[in-house]
Design a binder for this molecule. Structure first.
Ligand code: SAH
Ligand code: CA
Length: 359
């Protein structure tokens, strides 16, 4: 990584067909589409020596002599490509104890050197200083997996799991709250036992269902989202959970709903809890309204306040699609830091959540 935090990318191409090269003409040119095992070893050595992380290796051929636990994806084989989903890859079922040579292996995440003997050839290797997940959580992917598997998944309520599985089919499934964040929010809700709550950004209802399950029987949630289709996806599970009576879903941009709520003076200083997880450019406007709607002691939780770790990165090394919201979140975090109407805590969980208590 360079000093301005941009990545140097070197292509792993080596001349395995060296016999075709001519001294003083193209002796040092590299044409082979694959790298040799020794060059892969070199990259992995560099990774270990410098404490880097291999994000991805595009493997052309892998001879498997034993089981591996990495996630492996394969290109859709020729003639079996699903129309309209050409760019998708399959997750490969290594669990079925495949002991074959394959030339469709597309992405094989190699984390340790001991797996080297499994790879015969590969080309693109992306090595970086530290993964985004590590940046956000300040812990490794393995520790995150450990947390999910130890205290989180075994305690996740069945119906929440059902929503998670339904959501996984949605192309934007990444937007759903992760279950470890959900666990903290559920704990907070139990602590404050809120009667009147707001949710801005419902999507497929992971956070909505966990809120509905955690608040008391006579608790109410004003749930706002512009998209009804995604709301419909999780609705059967909400019904199954028997919590539909707690939810007033409003299909609308959230800002106008908050303004309408404020017009009725009864609503001012009446809400106990709010969860904000929609358009990041409006977070500050939501915050101004929520300050008026929340009771003293009321809690508002903002999601995605670390925006994939980009808040701490220079603009130049931020992925194009993350840039606009990065700026909004950076501004919002600065604003919250000096807003003494609230006690705050920014938590490195999921994509970063900021918990604010109205003073
Ligand atoms: N809280 C959800 C995830 C929300 S994703 C969960 O934990 O699963 C963000 C949602 O915000 C999307 O469903 C999107 O439709 C909605 N959204 C985006 N802009 C909005 C706006 N201006 N007003 C209301 N909802 C909005
Ligand atoms: Ca979110």
């Amino acid at each position: 990584m360079k000093s301005d935090c941009t990545l140097d990318k070197y292509k792993a191409l080596l001349a395995t067909k060296g016999f075709t090269l001519l001294k003083d003409i193209d002796y040092f040119d590299t044409f082979a589409p694959i790298a040799r095992r020794t060059s892969i070893r070199l990259f992995i050595d560099l990774e270990i020596i410098h404490g880097l992380v291999i994000h991805q290796m595009d493997v052309k051929t892998a001879f498997l002599n034993r089981d591996i636990d990495e996630e492996v994806y394969i290109k859709q084989p020729e003639g079996f490509v699903i129309p309209g989903q050409e760019c998708k890859v399959y997750e490969f079922g290594w669990k079925e104890r495949m002991r074959v040579a394959t030339n469709y292996a597309l992405v094989l995440k190699i984390l340790t050197m001991k797996k080297l003997d499994l790879i015969w050839s590969c080309d693109d290797i992306l090595i970086d200083e530290i993964s985004n997940e590590s940046l956000i959580l300040l812990l490794s992917k393995d520790v995150l997996q450990y947390i999910l598997e130890t205290p989180v998944y075994p305690r996740e309520q069945e119906l929440l799991k059902e929503i998670r599985i339904i959501t996984a089919n949605h192309p934007l499934s990444i937007m759903a709250s992760p279950p470890d964040s959900g666990q903290l929010i559920a704990l907070l809700l139990k602590l404050i036992n809120p009667k009147k709550t707001i949710e801005i950004g419902v999507f497929t209802e992971y956070s909505l269902l966990l809120t509905a399950l955690a608040i008391p029987q006579d608790g109410k949630i004003t749930a706002i989202d512009m998209d009804r289709d995604t709301y419909e996806m999780g609705l059967p599970v909400i019904k199954k959970a028997g919590v539909e009576h707690k939810i007033n879903f409003i299909q609308s941009p959230a800002l106008s709903v908050l303004d309408e709520l404020l017009e009725d003076h009864e609503n001012r200083r009446s809400f106990d809890f709010a969860f904000v997880d929609a358009d990041k450019d409006n977070y500050q406007k939501y915050h101004e309204r929520l300050w008026q709607l929340l009771k003293v002691g009321g809690i508002v939780v903002y999601d995605n306040t670390l925006w994939n770790g980009t808040v701490a990165m220079p603009e130049g090394s931020t992925k194009e699609e993350l840039k606009p919201n990065r700026l909004h979140i950076v501004e919002f975090n600065k604003f919250l830091a000096v807003d003494y109407h609230f006690q705050i805590s920014q938590v490195r969980l999921g994509d970063g959540i900021t918990i604010c208590r109205r003073l």
